[in-house]
Design a protein. Structure first.
Length: 246
């Protein structure tokens, strides 16, 4: 993949949804500094194309609130702990991004002014316009909502043109490609067809927010180094676009 020029971009502002596992590397748990630094360099290269880049990162590398609640912990407590874990991941990624040369702001849905700005949509948009990467931390600030829903909500609030959902597979398939060799990858699919086929693109609340407000969801494999750059140029060879038109 050559250098992406600003004139090649089909989007001006996007929200990238990452899993917490993107920070742990080969470790079974936690944050690997080398992996986080490598991720940051890739994101800075994307920002340098002129795109306005916002991020939401999960917390599965540290703590999963839903899993803890299934094992007996109160759901509200578990979800609050998960939100705090996303703040830890966001601060680690902010540090790596700034070391890689990008001004970065963490905005938290739970006020903690000593470590992050409190989320204000207008302020986030201003940061994006000024070339800063913005990381939205602490989920929506409420229990019972996932970081997928956070991504959908924040994308709507900042006027993002698309949500880029980073996964371990190169798009949405008709079945699990790891267990079904005949599974078909969709280059594009409508919200309606994805629902009818019960394809798990995002959780139902997040999916409804995107469908109701017509925000496209692009699912791709973040481990494929060039996939994100291809998507920003409109090439879906290694991705799936979920939208109204399909």
């Amino acid at each position: 993949m050559g250098t992406i020029m600003e004139t090649d971009l089909v989007y001006q502002r996007v929200l990238l949804k990452l899993s917490g596992e993107a920070l742990k590397g080969t470790q079974p748990y936690g944050i690997d500094p080398g992996t986080t630094a490598a991720l940051a360099r890739r994101l800075v290269a994307i920002r340098d194309t002129g795109i306005e880049l916002a991020l939401v990162i999960g917390a599965g590398n540290i703590f999963r609130g839903l899993g803890a609640s299934r094992n007996g912990m109160g759901r509200v407590t578990a979800d609050h702990m998960g939100m705090l874990a996303t703040v830890m991941n966001s601060l680690a990624l902010q540090n790596a991004l700034e070391q890689a040369g990008a001004e970065t702001v963490v905005q938290s849905a739970i006020p903690m002014p000593q470590v992050a700005e409190t989320f204000v949509a207008r302020h986030a948009v201003t940061h994006l316009r000024q070339g800063r990467i913005v990381i939205f931390a602490a989920g929506t600030g409420n229990p019972f909502f996932t970081t997928d829903t956070t991504a959908a909500l924040r994308a709507n609030e900042i006027g993002a043109e698309a949500i880029l959902k980073a996964t371990k597979v190169d798009g949405v398939y008709s079945a699990d490609p790891e267990t079904n060799p005949d599974a078909k990858r969709y280059v594009s699919i409508s919200y309606r067809d994805a629902l009818a086929q019960q394809l798990k693109v995002m959780d139902s609340t997040a999916f409804s927010l995107c469908q109701d407000n017509e925000i496209p969801i692009i699912v791709f494999n973040f481990n494929e180094e060039h996939a994100l750059g291809e998507i920003l140029r409109g090439d879906l060879s290694h991705a799936t676009l979920v939208s109204s038109a399909g």
